[in-house]
Write a protein that binds this ligand. Structure first.
Ligand SMILES: Nc1nc2c(ncn2[C@@H]2O[C@H](COP(=O)(O)OP(=O)(O)OP(=O)(O)O)[C@@H](O)[C@H]2O)c(=O)[nH]1
Ligand SMILES: [Mg+2]
Length: 484
């Protein structure tokens, strides 16, 4: 393989910038370009200290060289990391010198691709590297680190070992004569496959929580105009991101803000008030955008505040809420402007209305004047991310999500699968193992059952990259940044 080079630090001005060189020419390039700063070192490629960079004829900079010799390096090849000063001109001069000395500019993800091809990391670890770099919130970084350290591969290998065990038993039975086959052999295999199927299913379920941790929880705030949606966004994000006013229809477009709650990434979206029968074209466009945001939500905060809308308007709002529920959306009713509730007659109180019309929906009271309410809402969101439920105590009454038992995967495997690619492969494996089990139960011949099992094993091996096409490798590494 040729020798590649690229800066691993982003462009722009910085104190230091790190250029990485990987390949068989890396040492000789360093020896040609750099001069040791002390006679203690024979050659620049031997040293881990200051060296003067010469970039051919003019001195460019004083740099530090760190060497990692093959195979004990990130890529498994000789790797040299040159830390120079991070100015535009210096960076360019150092890179140009290295390229002129025989290296080639590395493409996106080329270092990691070499690490994968040289067996330094499997595909899940390579994907985790990108996740580590992209992590905005602590928990994203934690799940990525767990994956980098082999958390996902280990579980996949465990599940694969089970299936290989079943396949070995199956192939042993294949060698026997038909008269020798005993019903208990078939029954034992069926039980083994049932067990594998269940474990794989658990693993697939861990994706619900895993996806939310890796991608962030998409929370959309919706409701009628003027109910306090933008105030809610501002309170949760801790800054005046959206304009708040007493005039209904203030928010026309969606307003998005990212925040970290207890280390979890949350994408919060404020929407235009869902006015009924609006004739204003801008407001109507805002409503279309609000409805499209609702379709992408993991959780909807539907704000109901006094004064309640008229009977007709309420029916239309209910139709919208029902549509979200029919789409399978999780929805939390936020009983807003709680500070005004005390002075309200019962028929104007959103809490009574919600209890009557939506007895099964979780609710939370909210006032933008209460620090306690803010903390309670944040706790509720965190609990939802961690457990997939909206369980909370309100007025000594336990209010629960519609589907409390639905959890984001349990115990050890909680949030383990974070990539849609992994989830899709596990889903296909579940189906194939299920087919194999059903075929065994219906008395199909062992060789046909073995085909399904082998296909399931192939699916699982695409996750770690043991059996993976060149096209998929290309697709994965092209998403990486240059220098990684
Ligand atoms: N008393 C009280 N007033 C609130 C509360 N939250 C918001 N308000 C007020 O209600 C009015 C509307 O607030 P916004 O946050 O702009 O409401 P909105 O739902 O975003 O309104 P649109 O964008 O027009 O749909 C403002 O005057 C706020 O100060 C609250 O908890 N209590
Ligand atoms: Mg608003």
């Amino acid at each position: 393989m040729d020798t590649i080079a690229a800066f691993s630090t982003p462009p722009g001005e910085s104190g230091l910038a790190v250029l990485r060189i990987s390949g068989s020419l890396a040492a000789s390039i360093c020896d040609r370009l750099f001069v040791p700063s002390s006679s203690k070192f024979a050659k620049p490629s031997d040293m881990e200290g200051y060296t003067l960079a010469h970039g051919y004829w003019d001195s460019i900079d004083e740099v530090v060289i760190a060497c990692f010799r093959a195979p004990h390096s990130y890529t498994g090849e000789d790797v040299y990391e040159i830390s120079c000063h991070g100015g535009q001109a210096i960076r360019q001069a150092v890179l140009d010198s290295v390229l002129a000395a025989g290296a080639r500019a590395a493409g996106p993800g080329e270092f990691s691709r070499r690490a994968f091809c040289n067996g330094k990391m499997d595909l899940t670890a390579a994907e985790a590297v990108m996740d580590m770099i992209g992590a905005q919130a602590e928990k994203q970084a934690q799940v990525a680190y767990r994956q980098l350290m082999g958390g996902v591969s280990r579980v996949i290998h465990e599940r694969t070992d089970h299936l290989y065990g079943a396949l070995a038993r199956l192939e042993m039975l294949l060698d026997w004569d038909e008269e020798e086959e005993r019903p208990e052999d078939r029954a034992l295999l069926v039980r083994e496959l049932e067990h594998s199927e269940q474990e794989l299913r658990h693993l697939a379920e861990s994706f619900t929580g895993g996806r939310i941790i890796r991608e962030g929880l998409a929370v959309v705030i919706a409701g009628s105009p003027n109910v306090g949606k933008s105030s809610l966004l501002n309170a949760l994000s801790g800054r005046d991101r959206a304009i708040v006013s007493h005039i209904p229809g203030t928010t026309r477009d969606t307003v998005e803000v990212d925040l970290s709650l207890d280390g979890y990434l949350v994408h919060l979206t404020d929407t235009a008030g869902l006015a009924i029968d609006s004739h204003d074209p801008i407001e109507r466009e805002g409503i279309i955008r609000a409805e499209s945001a609702l379709r992408t939500a993991d959780l909807i905060l539907w704000v109901l505040s006094p004064p309640l809308p008229s009977e007709d308007d309420r029916r239309q709002e209910e139709a919208r809420i029902d549509r979200c529920l029919m789409d399978g959306k999780e929805l939390l009713l936020v009983l807003g402007k709680d500070d005004l509730r005390l002075s309200l007659p019962k028929e104007e109180d959103p809490a009574y209305y919600a209890a009557e019309r939506y007895p099964d929906l979780p609710t939370i009271t909210w006032s933008d004047r209460s620090e306690e309410d803010l903390q309670r809402l944040k706790d509720t969101l965190v609990r939802f991310i961690e457990g997939g439920t909206l369980v909370m105590m309100e007025d000594d009454r336990e209010v629960t999500s519609r589907d409390q038992v639905k959890s984001h995967g349990e115990g050890q495997s909680h949030g383990l699968l974070t990539h849609a690619r992994h989830k899709a492969a596990v889903d296909r494996a579940v189906e194939l193992v299920g087919n194999a089990r059903a075929d065994l139960q219906t008395g199909l011949s062992f060789d046909l059952v073995a085909i399904s099992l082998k296909e399931a094993l192939t699916e699982l091996s695409t996750i770690t990259g043991e059996d993976v096409s060149e096209t998929l490798i290309e697709k994965i590494f092209s998403r990486f940044c240059i220098g990684k």
